[in-house]
Design a protein around this ligand. Structure first.
Ligand code: GLU
Length: 296
């Protein structure tokens, strides 16, 4: 039997905080428990926000916590060609269309529809309004002409076409930390025509993560509850691309003393600050509910 594969996949766009430590330690603990492998993946497709110094800091913080992972580490920014190929496969099946809209145009369209109907336009699980389909109506000729003219554009998944091809139900296995498993049903349609290739980079979080988990043979995805809804879209993409679906566990988020989610952007207590204050890795493990030293 092949070994279970776990991964921790941070983005180097800030310093790691206790929430990251929890996620990384949990992946490592479960990998050890199942005699599996533990990988680190650097999710740096956002080339304007990610910086090499944050990547070195991830390395330093995780090593300080006592973690070890397999080398070489997959760095997403080195694989744009792979993501492009994967996107071409979706496009080849008629499952994607180019979108030239700016955020402002989308917001204006939704405002107009809401004003006319008096009803709130539906939102995706992240709270963003579903794309109102403006560019889905463009003819192939017009889309090709605008691309040819160099007009900036993203690519969206065509959920109508996807649903026709694979109506579902789309199921996946969810597991608990006690090892129990259950079959869950994904509801990808609630994302609407999500962006699968961004305007600024030739991929998106969703597309890259799905391809990388498959290429790296990830069998168990363990990540925060903030990404739970994204799994629905990932499961659909896996089925459309004929990739395996890993098992999923979404862990609770570590909150700050005020009950808010920790965030790099809010400068939540970073691991390196705790280290500078004299906190030890054993204390971090204990605070997060892990054994003081990695159990083998
Ligand atoms: N790169 C994502 C993040 O830092 C995590 C992606 C994942 O675990 O699927 O939030």
């Amino acid at each position: 039997m092949t070994k279970p594969v776990f991964r921790f996949a941070p983005s180097p766009n800030g310093r790691l905080h206790l929430g990251h430590a929890y996620s990384a330690l949990l992946n490592d603990t479960l990998a050890r428990r199942l005699n599996g492998r533990f990988l680190l993946r650097i999710e740096d497709i956002d080339i304007t926000r990610c910086r090499p110094e944050y990547e070195s800091a991830i390395d330093e913080d995780l090593r300080w916590l006592g973690l070890e992972w397999e080398k070489p580490v997959r760095r997403q920014s080195e694989y744009f060609a792979d993501y492009r190929k994967t996107f071409q496969a979706l496009k080849g099946k008629g499952l994607a269309y180019p979108c030239f809209c700016s955020r402002k145009e989308i917001a204006q369209k939704i405002e107009a529809v809401e004003a006319e109907s008096g009803k709130e336009w539906p939102r995706d699980p992240d709270g963003a309004p579903l794309y109102p389909g403006i560019c889905r109506k463009l003819s192939d000729d017009e889309a090709a002409r605008r691309i040819e003219a160099g007009e900036p554009h993203a690519w969206r998944i065509d959920m109508q076409a996807a649903r026709q091809l694979l109506p579902g139900p789309h199921t996946f296995t969810r597991f608990t930390l006690d090892g129990d498993e259950e079959i869950a049903e994904a509801d990808p349609w609630r994302w609407g025509d999500a962006v699968i290739v961004r305007k600024d980079v030739p991929t998106s979080y969703h597309l890259s993560v799905v391809l990388d988990d498959a290429l790296q043979g990830v069998t168990h995805v363990v990540r925060g509850q903030d990404l739970e809804a994204a799994t629905d879209l990932h499961v659909l993409l896996q089925k459309l691309l004929e990739l395996p679906t890993p098992r999923y566990h979404h862990h609770g988020l570590i909150l700050d003393p005020g009950g808010d989610k920790l965030a790099k952007s809010r400068k939540s207590e970073a691991l390196h600050e705790l280290r500078e204050q004299g906190v030890t890795p054993a204390e971090i493990r204990q605070r997060l509910g892990f054994q003081p030293t990695p159990s083998t």
